[in-house]
Design a protein around this ligand. Structure first.
Ligand SMILES: Nc1ncnc2c1ncn2[C@@H]1O[C@H](COP(=O)(O)OP(=O)(O)OP(=O)(O)O)[C@@H](O)[C@H]1O
Ligand SMILES: [Mg+2]
Length: 418
């Protein structure tokens, strides 16, 4: 009997947070993984990644039309069976490429709104998705005028149309702070390292009070399967950084249903159809879900690992299955909980010493990403984490308590400033 040919997937830039998991999932599914990137960036890929890559398609993402033409030709020549969005800056290209090759993917017509928060706000408003009112402008003065004209009160949130990792996001409590916040939110015209063109518009958005959650979802041909709600813990000041996450969030069933309903409305409004989606939302003081944004991509911050530890669902595998047009494995195999907390310095400075990382029955993983002598940022900066602690427990409350206790047991000292 002839052997079934191995299927082939094309990952768009694999040197990102989810890249290793997606390559491992491709191998586990018996699929050959190809990667689209730039030659000089590929030369710096870690061996853990290159060891799992069957071939490369070098292209220039700075010119999306040329990249689409290159990768369409590559996909046809190579017989690619699935396009895997790995990095949010390339999700619109992934949608166009999947459509050009006749493969499962998001609707290309609405693809830019799956990434650009200015277009996302319009899509949410047009489809009645509960979301904060948002105005946008090319410069701080116009933004202040438009926020006034729209009657947006304070506090409000200023953010770039296209960034990630909370870069340029700040909560503004008075009109006088708006111009500086808008200047901080101005991005350059291109996203490095590829030089992908960015919308440089700045947004002002109603501030939504209340606890924050994300919904982890996999879509297959537009059918929505929610996998879990993640509870998120953030700093509370002008800059919002994530301090940790717990999966699943301990929510009463009717609240969870309302949260899932809002996430379904959001991913549908954006034309998402195949693959993972990560919807960030808050429960406002009236207990209603309000959607902040959707990432048409695997979640960051080790959330895929938390979902695996808590529920036994392999999200990377589900993402690949969905973009290959297979039915994803979404049945929970466990009914536990998992939590991560990020180690941060009390303020920006030079790291002098980090105490012993905890061990114990709940601890699943600990990691230190900075060494003594390294410069570190303060706790309100997502990019300045020192490491993390991950735990597993029987219930969300136990997981959160164990993670908080483990975090509190680690001493972090900065070098004394003279
Ligand atoms: N309208 C809002 N009301 C209240 N808080 C908000 C609002 N918008 C953003 N935030 C807070 O700021 C954080 C970062 O904002 P946002 O998610 O829009 O930026 P991002 O760059 O996509 O960040 P990330 O990649 O970390 O999700 C949110 O997770 C939330 O805590
Ligand atoms: Mg976000």
């Amino acid at each position: 009997m002839p052997a079934t040919p191995r299927r082939k997937v094309l990952l768009l830039e694999a040197d990102v947070a989810a890249g290793g998991d997606l390559l491992a999932a491709a191998a586990a599914l018996g699929a050959d993984a190809y990667v689209a990137t730039r030659a000089d960036l590929y030369a710096r890929y870690r061996p853990e990644l290159t060891g799992r890559i069957a071939g490369t398609a070098f292209t220039d993402f700075a010119d999306p039309e040329a990249a689409l033409a290159d990768l369409t030709a590559f996909g046809r020549r190579t017989g690619i069976d699935g396009i895997v969005p790995c990095w949010e800056f390339l999700t619109p290209l992934a949608a166009h490429l999947a459509a050009a090759l006749g493969l499962p993917g998001h609707l290309p017509g609405t693809a830019p709104a799956g990434r650009n928060k200015r277009l996302m706000a319009k899509a949410f408003a047009a489809h009645g998705v509960p979301a904060p009112r948002t105005v946008s402008a090319p410069d701080p003065d116009t933004l202040a005028r438009r926020a006034d004209a729209a009657g947006l009160g304070y506090p409000l949130v200023v953010k770039p149309a296209e960034e990630a990792a909370s870069i340029g996001v700040s909560v503004v409590t008075a009109p006088g702070e708006l111009p500086a916040a808008a200047r901080r939110a101005r991005t350059g015209p291109r996203k490095l390292p590829h030089g992908i063109p960015l919308d440089t518009a700045v947004l002002a958005q109603e501030y939504v009070a209340g606890p924050e959650f994300s919904v982890e979802t996999v879509l297959t041909d537009g059918a929505v399967h929610h996998l879990a709600v993640t509870e998120k813990f953030t700093t509370g000041g002008a800059r919002r950084a994530e301090l940790g996450h717990t999966v699943p969030a301990a929510l009463p069933p009717d609240t969870r249903a309302a949260v899932y309903g809002a996430a379904t409305a959001a991913v549908t409004a954006l034309g998402l159809r195949n693959g993972l989606a990560h919807t960030e939302l808050k429960l406002d003081p009236a207990g209603r879900p309000v959607v902040l944004e959707v990432g048409a991509r695997p979640p960051g911050d080790h959330i895929m690992r938390l979902v695996r530890e808590a529920l036994g669902i392999d999200m990377a595998r589900a993402h690949l299955q969905a973009v290959l047009g297979d039915r994803p494995d979404v049945t929970p195999r466990r009914d536990a909980a998992a939590a991560i907390r990020f180690l941060t310095a009390p303020e920006a400075g030079t790291l002098r010493w980090v105490g012993l990382l905890p061990r114990g029955p709940h601890i699943v993983e600990t990691a230190l990403t900075k060494l003594p002598g390294d410069a570190v940022g303060g706790p309100d900066d997502n990019l300045s984490r020192i490491g993390h602690i991950m735990v597993r427990a029987a219930s969300p409350a136990e997981a959160s308590a164990a993670a908080d206790a483990a975090l509190a047991s680690v001493a972090v000292e900065l070098a004394t400033r003279w």
